[in-house]
Every structure is written in C-alpha cells, then in structure tokens.
Design a protein around this ligand. Sequence first.
Ligand SMILES: [Zn+2]
Ligand SMILES: [Zn+2]
Length: 154
Amino acid sequence: MIKIISARVTFDGIEVTGTESKDVFKLEKNEDIHSYKDIEYKLNVSLVNDSILVKGTAKTVFKARCGKCLNLFNLKVCCKDICHLYESNNNNKIDLTEDIREDILISLPHKIICSDSCKGICFTCGKNLNLEKCACSTEKESFSEWDKLNNLDL
Ligand SMILES: [Zn+2]
Ligand SMILES: [Zn+2]
C-alpha cells in the first residue's frame, strides 16, 4: 500500500519514496500485457490549507505484446505528472495505491509497439520481419490485389 500519514505532512512538503508490489495491477489474466516489475514512486507531499497535495512520479515495467510483431517485450512506463489533492483527516492514513495505479495505467500508450521501427509480421507467411526477411514481396502482393480489382468489370 502506498500510504501517507497525514499528521507527518508539513507545509514545506515531505518526500515519500518507495516501491509497491506489481500485483496491484491485477493483470494476471491479460494475455497482452501484464505487470513485470514493482512500481517505484517518488512523491512530494505537502499541506495546502487543510488539504494534502501529492505530486511526483511513478514508474514500472510491463511485459506487453507488440501490436505489430506480436512479440512480448519490456514496456517501460513512467508517469511524471502525478497530482492529487486529498482531504486531510487528522493523523489518519491516506491510501494512494489506487490513484497511482490508475495514473500508470492511463500513461500506457494507445498503440503498444515494441519500437517505432518495428517491421511487424509478414501477412503472407507470418514471419517476424524484425528477425528475418521472407521471400514474399508484400509490395507485389498488394499490387496484384489492386490488379484484380482493376480487372473487375464494374
Ligand atoms: Zn514489434
Ligand atoms: Zn512472408
């Protein structure tokens, strides 16, 4: 649990760092992405009037499946703009786990690919084109597809 003891927070702010188990993501059943390394967080927690302001960063690593080549790779995620405001509740604990878990999940890229230069897999023979070249020429394939369309009497 990533927690803060309200009574310890000052107006100047305190630094709260640590790690949290990767199990909080509950992604065990997901085949395309699952948690791989624990969350590392570094937060600055300060009092603002009667509230507690939490700012900072959190990072972790997932094992994710590339949307192009379908390989599993290490997807590093760093959330740099954590910012939450909590009501101060005299000497009680504030649990940040759920909010930080969400912050990290929201930072996941929309398109998960192993690298910008990933060549993907060949649609004809299914080979991973990052690892080997295949004999199929995808360009020719697509041209002949167009030719077929051109030859249709519409
Ligand atoms: Zn890839
Ligand atoms: Zn091929």
